[in-house]
Design a protein around this ligand. Structure first.
Ligand SMILES: [Zn+2]
Length: 621
């Protein structure tokens, strides 16, 4: 799971993902351009673009860009060894490959639009300005489907409209139909798997997959069930699943080679990192991340770390099950995490004290690292503040999870100042200075730890994710937010945080619930932010001063209200009843123009709406 700082802004967009980026990356790396990834269904009867006709008008580009703040992330890599620097270059090349897979998954025309914008020669000055704006938007939104200022999706180019299936699922399929088919047809493969694609069983699809398997016999050996899934005739009423390892075989084989090279380069300096990269190289082909995840979570990388793979399912708007590709290259931060590890050693006592707890035995050693981001690609690109991985329950139960705190985002002066400006705009004057620099950092760190606590299965033993289906991310993130706030007084009692830092984290907890515009229900972060806001208002943690148009925080009521909402959220996770979950979302997810609308307008006036995250390592300025 990851948190975006953008989640407390109006729109939960990722930032960046550039059409110009492969070129920048390559010039930075001094290596050849990677082969284009020929996968996804090539659109038939594609009309070639005509200049910039039908592209997003320059006024609309400007409307977004004038509300956008750019920031460039830099990591100090002076601590890295020569081998580690070499590995960074290999990882950046894997990042370019995964970035393209990611864009392609978001829209069937994404790569075509990206390449067109990259190579198009503007005819005059007006076109040059327009083109530059389009390139920025493509980069910010990691594809041709930007969110506009109203929180709706637009199109950068004359292409097919946004569809919840994106370029992940076949045209025409619906969520209930696939779920029912999957339940009745285990022989069709892991249709709802994290790293499989769903195919309609047409002659054409079968022929393409059989041919890919013939071209890549290694994938067949490493995915033993695959050949039998592809046997037999077509049936346009039926589905089957193919692993990413086959669907993206060319790209993943290339990434496999690069990761093995990276592993060899760091072998002498950091054996744990080398083992992880080597296992992950193999995971991409076996389509099973257990080996790499085990090495990643149990190892202790010394200076360099990397997230490499497809983990997060936020981009699958239809089923919330298919993982999106990402690479993050992270350099250990100088600021220590000893204080954090000492507090984490006490985690069982927090679990025991949870409403209705304990639900499980918690590990006393959880790898938490504080990092500087060097570069991100694909799903990870943009304003992620922290990450906890892996996600799959059968893996996390065996090995635990690793927490990656992104310090150069969380402590970025521009971002901190913007958060404070938004807080001031929304909160009554005598509390308006309560949000200190540490607030969101502490809140975020303990949000990540919060993912470790609470029930991992329903009371009757089912997987919570499967029980709550498309609402699983809403509730998991809601729980983590609330656990973080719930822990604050306990962390103060343990001497981990001072009273001032707790107050500031509480202030950050309120800021987190504020949204500029009404979020879409499919957006887990936006929806659960709004739900907390409404719950806090209903139970007196917050009150709205209609005359001033501002919110007041009741710090006395804070711990009790948080615990009460946490108890309700945990009960819903334990109950595993999607209907009850949906009713809770319905009850607290309503947008009141008289409150949230008023506050939203004040927030909007307080600062930029979007953030365009760039990376010094990629030559961005
Ligand atoms: Zn989270």
């Amino acid at each position: 799971m990851n948190i975006r700082f953008l989640a407390f802004l109006a729109l939960s967009i990722g930032a960046l993902g550039a059409c110009d980026e492969p070129v920048d990356d390559d010039s930075t790396l001094g290596e050849g351009t990677p082969e284009p990834i020929a996968e996804g269904q090539p659109a038939s009867g594609v009309e070639p673009f005509d200049g910039l006709a039908g592209f997003y008008p320059v006024e609309q580009c400007d409307a977004i860009l004038s509300r956008t703040e750019r920031l460039v992330l830099r990591a100090d890599t002076s601590s890295l060894t020569e081998g580690e620097r070499g590995a960074v270059i290999k990882l950046m090349q894997v990042g370019v490959i995964f970035g393209r897979l990611y864009e392609n998954a978001n829209h069937s025309d994404a790569l075509r639009v990206g390449e067109y914008l990259e190579t198009y020669e503007p005819g005059d000055e007006a076109e040059r300005t327009h083109l530059s704006a389009l390139r920025d938007l493509y980069a910010m939104f990691k594809g041709p489907v930007p969110w506009n200022l109203d929180g709706d999706r637009d199109l950068l180019a004359p292409i097919a409209p946004y569809d919840a299936r994106r370029n992940i699922h076949p045209a025409g399929i619906d969520a209930d139909g696939v779920r029912a088919f999957a339940a009745a047809h285990p022989e069709a493969g892991d249709l709802l798997g994290t790293r499989t694609l769903i195919r309609v069983r047409t002659a054409e699809a079968l022929a393409r997959d059989r041919s890919a398997l013939e071209d890549h016999p290694t994938i067949g050996v490493l995915n033993p069930g695959l050949a039998s899934i592809l046997e037999g005739g077509p049936d346009p009423e039926a589905y089957y699943a193919v692993p990413y390892a086959l669907a993206h075989a060319d790209a993943l084989l290339e990434a496999n080679g690069l990761l093995n090279e990276a592993s060899a380069l760091v072998r002498g300096d950091d054996a744990d990192l080398a083992d992880y990269l080597e296992q992950r190289a193999r995971d991409l082909l076996t389509n099973d991340y257990e080996a790499g995840d085990a090495a990643w979570v149990s190892g202790r990388p010394q200076r360099l770390n990397a997230l490499v793979g497809a983990y997060e399912t936020y981009d699958d708007d239809l089923l919330s099950v298919k993982a999106a590709y990402a690479v993050s290259i992270l350099v250990k931060s100088a600021s220590g995490s000893a204080e954090l590890e000492a507090a984490i050693a006490e985690l069982q006592q927090f679990e025991d004290a949870l409403p209705g707890g304990p639900y499980q035995r918690v590990r006393s050693q959880i790898p938490v690292g504080i990092y500087q981001i060097h570069a991100d690609y694909g799903q990870a690109r943009g304003g992620n503040t922290a990450t906890i991985l892996p996600n799959e329950p059968h893996i996390t139960q065996r090995y635990g999870r690793t927490i990656l705190i992104r310090e150069n985002i969380l402590r970025n002066p521009t971002i901190v100042a913007r958060g404070q400006a938004r807080f001031r705009a929304a909160i009554v004057p005598d509390q308006a200075e309560d949000l200190a620099e540490s607030g969101n950092f502490d809140r975020t760190v303990w949000h990540e730890v919060g993912h470790y606590l609470g029930p991992k299965a329903t009371a009757d033993g089912r997987n919570i994710d499967e029980a709550l289906t498309d609402l699983q991310n809403h509730f998991e993130e809601l729980k983590a937010d609330l656990v973080s706030l719930w822990m604050m007084p306990r962390l103060e009692a343990l001497g981990v945080l001072t009273e001032e830092r707790v107050r500031s984290a509480y202030a950050a907890g309120v800021l987190r619930t504020l949204r500029t515009v009404e979020p879409q229900r499919t957006n887990p972060y936006g929806t659960m932010n709004l739900m907390q806001n409404n719950y806090f208002l209903e139970h007196g943690l917050l009150s709205f001063d209609a005359e001033a148009g501002k919110l007041r925080i009741d710090y006395e009521a804070y711990p009790g209200v948080v615990e009460r909402m946490l108890a309700e959220v945990i009960a819903i996770q334990q109950g595993g009843d999607r209907g009850a979950a949906a009713a809770f979302v319905e009850r607290y997810g309503a947008w009141d123009e008289g409150i949230q609308g008023v506050v939203g307008r004040a927030l909007d006036a307080a600062g930029a709406r979007y953030t365009f995250v760039r990376y010094a390592a990629l030559g961005h300025e």
